[in-house]
Design a protein around this ligand. Structure first.
Ligand SMILES: *Cc1c(COP(=O)(O)O)cnc(C)c1O
Length: 438
């Protein structure tokens, strides 16, 4: 069921996924288990929030320290000296990043944040013309993406009320690709969608929707915040026009770490909509001329001086992804979330939980989304039990076991504690109100 058979010595306990022995067996045969030692894990705490903020690894810490040492030792010389000179830092990360999104190296760059990169790529690629003026997105997308799209429409004097089409969801949790395609009319100029929905964890059929957009002459971009580092992508092969992502979720590069973007080579070289001197051809940048000569690759979409200290941890973190391999990471992630769902089905039936994410492997991302009317209080009780979940208003508990540092025993233990909270009703001691950050 989870890709393993236990035949030796016929241990009956280890054959039943609901037993701790089964989870222990899974950890023993897990080929990625050694990566856990690379992370700072609080003793006794089960961290299931890697989809919002990944944990610190020793590699990321080391690559950050190396940049502090460069600053300490070289001062301004750090731009060209040291192990990873700052002037080329963003470009130096392409080798580790491109395989995670299925891109050629010159199609990606580490820069900005997801929201800034959406603005940059809309400013570059959104060209309303004739009756093709509308933008399609969906009702379940992350608010910042919506705000960016609304403001981009306003810059053209267009009313978001009439020009931003948000594909509806039948149940408020999932999207239907069929319905997305139906909205791709000849009035649509551009589509922006999430690869994986941040709420329900649904993975959209990126290849299919991209193809449908192109057949209708529509440009399409993807927000990969909830999929990068959790699963492979084939942005180049699928012909995706552009994509954006952050590096603080599954990429474990720290709070506010620098995001990234992909622009398909068919659009390169390009003149960025929002130009700045760090988008220059690097050979010419320090000529200090007033004629902007953009880099010939995705580096052109950089704007100002890179946030070196917020970019530094990405170098160390990407080493771990190269060593583990994104296909193995995805395979383990699916086993972990599959196991979590099996435990929820086995132990929490009749307690008011619903699994909101799709069950099929190819339709789900890296987290499990549980819906419960008392979700706020249950999350508070889980934290009291040293299980770190992620609450999303009004009633969703997101649990993200991550392939690089979560063990099967932790998944077992987390659901075991959740079961205890429900049977003992300890969650009733907490108020049903959410905090400021949640
Ligand atoms: C996390 C996330 C963001 C955050 O954007 P920032 O600019 O990094 O604050 C945006 N969109 C989606 C879909 C996200 O998951």
């Amino acid at each position: 069921m989870f890709g393993h058979n236990f035949n030796e010595r016929g241990d009956r306990m280890a054959r039943d996924p609901l037993t701790r022995e089964w989870a222990e067996k899974m950890d023993q045969t897990d080929e990625l288990s050694s990566f856990r030692q690379e992370f700072y894990i609080q003793e006794g705490t089960i961290y299931l929030n890697g989809n919002s903020l990944g944990l610190l690894s020793k590699r990321a810490e080391a690559s950050l320290h190396a940049q502090l040492e460069s600053w300490q030792r070289y001062g301004i010389g750090g731009w060209t000296q040291g192990k990873r000179p700052w002037f080329f830092l963003a470009e130096s990360l392409r080798g580790g990043l491109a395989p995670l999104v299925g891109a050629k190296e010159h199609e990606v760059i580490v820069t900005g944040s997801t929201t800034v990169n959406i603005h940059q790529l809309l400013a570059t690629f959104y060209r309303p013309q004739g009756k093709r003026t509308k933008i399609v997105t969906d009702v379940l997308t992350f608010p910042s993406d919506i705000y960016a799209l609304q403001s981009q429409l306003r810059l053209f004097g267009l009313d978001p009320e009439t020009h931003l089409i948000q594909v509806q969801s039948r149940d408020g949790r999932l999207l239907d690709e069929e319905e997305i395609v139906r909205q791709l009319t000849d009035e649509v100029a551009l589509v922006l969608l999430p690869t994986v929905l941040y709420g329900s964890g649904q993975r959209l059929d990126i290849e299919r929707v991209t193809k449908a957009a192109h057949e209708r002459g529509i440009m399409i971009g993807w927000d990969a915040c909830h999929s990068i580092g959790a699963m492979p992508h084939e942005f180049h092969r699928w012909g995706v026009d552009f994509a954006v992502w952050c590096s603080y979720k599954y990429l474990n590069s720290g709070p506010g770490s620098v995001g990234g973007l992909f622009v398909h080579e068919k659009h390169l070289p390009a003149l960025p909509g929002l130009a700045g001197w760090f988008g220059s051809d690097k050979e010419r940048q320090f000529d200090m001329e007033h004629t902007f000569i953009p880099a010939g690759d995705a580096g052109a979409f950089q704007i100002g001086t890179p946030h070196i200290l917020s970019m530094a941890p990405i170098a160390g973190s990407l080493e771990l992804f190269a060593e583990a391999g994104i296909d193995r990471i995805r395979a383990k992630s699916l086993r972990l979330t599959g196991y979590l769902m099996a435990l929820v089905d086995g132990w929490l039936a009749g307690m008011g939980f619903e699994i909101a994410n799709p069950r099929e492997d190819e339709r789900r991302g890296g987290h499990v989304a549980l819906v419960h009317p008392d979700a706020v209080r249950i999350c508070k009780a889980l934290k009291e039990e040293e299980v770190i979940p992620d609450f999303r208003a009004p009633d969703m508990i997101r649990l993200a076991p991550t392939a690089l540092y979560t063990s099967f025993v932790e998944v077992w233990e987390a659901v075991n504690r959740l079961k205890r909270i429900m049977t003992d009703k300890t969650y009733e001691q907490f108020l049903n109100e959410r905090g400021v950050v949640a």
